[in-house]
Ligand binder design. Structure first.
Ligand SMILES: Cc1ncc(COP(=O)(O)O)c(C=O)c1O
Length: 384
């Protein structure tokens, strides 16, 4: 049986060029970048180069990149760091109902600590309205954190408009760009973003590394105390091996972004077409137009299906997909994102599947996946 991996929004395999670089680094370079001898200086040089690559990838300054252990840590640093640093100015934070838990749980914690949090709604397509952001702003608003691309639906949020609005009011804007970084051209200057989160394992790099972009001059309280690495923003010996792998993944991404984008679009269109050919009933959660979504994530609702049974059957048939956020420790809780879009009574919360494509997937695989879905849907429907 041919196994087909369609869960790239959960994590991507490591790119062959990234593996090669990491193997070499393991052989040749082990120094601590903080050591002043030859071995340390060698590692420092490599770390500096990686920082430069990250900065260039989003049109940022070298000094504005803080390496972290991934998206979760970068989000936590941005959110707690900004909230604590600006406590004397106010205690109001704005976010949305559709953020990843790596944003929602930190703001919920801040709420317990006395901060006031506004959770913005989204429409049926899963998009935040800029007018809602405007209306929610208050004199004591000290942070707005709104994701760039939603990890369950692939829907893009109006970051440019939000950036313009907030810069004109002098309010820090953080965006979780974990699902955007591998597909969108990001320019933090143009978008007027103050804090931006990325993660390596969503772009064919190793797990356990990412970075937070922090605009120069922006106030942030550190979360980790220790050796004062990353100019005190993030203490702890840098994960040089993973950072080198991440650097290579970013270099490959730069070369291949357009090609990948077109490929994902083709895959997503073919899957839809093949399901139509087989007369499988489905609804799109979100919007099909690529203007508002990234083409590598497709969230479909299959009326009459039960997500857990459906996922198990798909896995048994060799198709690896997910029900949405895989980061909830393997549990299938009804999606908070779909709840925000369709209300808690919607059957979509219990019958939706996220397909997320990768560069190794083929158009032929999409036909196979549709065939397998058709069989499962027919079998499960006749069991009812
Ligand atoms: C939108 C989003 N933010 C944050 C994260 C967490 O990133 P990491 O796994 O690097 O901690 C994820 C992972 O799924 C994500 O999709």
């Amino acid at each position: 049986m041919k196994r087909i991996y369609l869960d790239h929004a959960a994590t991507t395999p490591i790119h062959p060029s990234v593996k090669e670089v990491m193997r070499d680094v393991m052989e040749d370079s082990f120094g601590n970048p903080s050591s002043i001898h030859h071995f340390g200086r060698e590692s420092r040089k490599r770390l500096d180069e990686a920082r430069m690559t990250m900065a260039n990838s989003i049109n940022a300054n070298y000094e504005s990149i803080i390496f972290t252990s991934g998206g979760t840590e970068a989000n936590n640093l941005a959110i707690f760091g900004t909230a604590y640093a600006n406590r004397n100015k106010g205690n109001h934070i704005i976010t949305t109902n559709i953020e990843h838990h790596a944003v929602l749980h930190p703001v919920e914690q801040l709420e317990k600590e006395g901060f006031d949090v506004t959770y913005l709604p989204v429409d049926e397509k899963g998009m935040v309205d800029i007018m809602d952001v405007k209306k929610a702003l208050r004199k004591d608003t000290i942070l707005v954190t709104i994701m760039y691309v939603n990890n369950e639906t692939g829907m893009k949020q109006p970051v440019q408009m939000i950036g313009n609005l907030l810069r004109s009011r002098g309010i820090p804007f953080h965006t979780d760009a974990v699902q955007a970084y591998g597909v969108e051209e990001i320019d933090v200057e143009e978008l007027k973003i103050d804090l931006l989160t990325t993660s390596s394992h969503k772009i064919y790099g190793p797990k356990g590394v990412g970075f937070l972009y922090k605009r120069e001059g922006l106030n942030l309280t550190q979360r980790l105390y220790g050796g004062e690495q990353e100019r005190t923003w993030r203490s702890g010996t840098e994960n040089t091996l993973a950072i080198e792998g991440f650097k290579k993944a970013v270099e490959v991404l730069k070369e291949e972004r357009t090609k990948r984008y077109d490929h994902y679009k083709q895959l997503s269109e073919r899957l839809i077409q093949a399901l139509d050919e087989k007369n499988v009933e489905y609804h799109i959660n979100g919007d099909l137009s690529t203007e508002h979504r990234v083409p590598n994530i497709l969230n479909l609702s299959f009326p009459g299906m039960d997500v857990e049974i459906f996922l198990t059957n798909l896995d048994l048939s060799g198709v690896a997909v997910s029900s949405g956020s895989a980061c909830t420790a393997g549990s299938i809780d009804p999606s908070h994102v779909l709840k925000a879009m369709y209300g808690e009574d919607s059957p979509r919360l219990r019958n939706s599947i996220r397909f997320s494509f990768g560069m190794d997937n083929t158009v032929e695989e999409m036909t196979l996946v549709a065939e397998r879905i058709e069989k499962i849907v027919n079998r499960l429907s006749s069991n009812v």
